[in-house]
Write a protein that binds this ligand. Sequence first.
Ligand code: 6PG
Length: 230
Amino acid sequence: MPTEHIFPTGAEAAADLAGRIARILSDAIAARGIATIAVSGGRSPRPVLEALAKAPLDWTKLIVTLVDERWVEPSSADSNERLVRETLLQGPAAEARFVPMKNAAADAYAGQVAAEPDFAALPWPLDIVLLGMGDDGHTASLFPGAAELPNGLSSPARTMAVTPPAAPHQRLSLTASAILDSRHIFLQIGGTEKRAVYARALAGGAVEELPIRLALCQDEVPVEVWIAEG
Ligand SMILES: O=C(O)[C@H](O)[C@@H](O)[C@H](O)[C@H](O)COP(=O)(O)O
């Protein structure tokens, strides 16, 4: 059962989440000399990443990567890499080592072949995986109905390529096993629709129906959820 942190607004939830992330990363650096975080894209993480960038961390000891990426140029407004560079990797935080997902391959499938060694070489388990969730219950780029979903849920690889059934761009994504090879999973949700999907996911059922269940319906990795009521 996840630990829930409920706030009236998204801004308050984001500020609290950023503080929690900073404390865990600081403890990881103190304990192991290095800390790793994989962050999601989309709209929700922006205020968290902007607040985290201001945390007084030894950024030279931090590895930042992505939970998933749209197969677009990093200059694209749809790029998760661009989101991270514009929000988190600013000021002192720009000293962090960033491991991108997008590479020069023509598509996400060739891109996955090129990216996998870089992700396999990360110091697993990751300290934090920051997830979001779509209204369809997807997380990362593990989309219900995607042809690649069964592989994404079972593969021992760290990354997978996927063509979402109803979202733009091919994607590169962490697999379920990579997401679960972490010390902390944090999920950020807000709004009525997502809170309803979250409640359905918690009630149990097939992970293929609501892939967020891969994180919510397991007891191996501690999961905390930041819920904005507004
Ligand atoms: O690349 C992406 O789109 C994300 O990684 C994706 O999994 C996201 O977390 C959800 O789609 C929620 O997105 P919002 O935070 O924008 O609602």
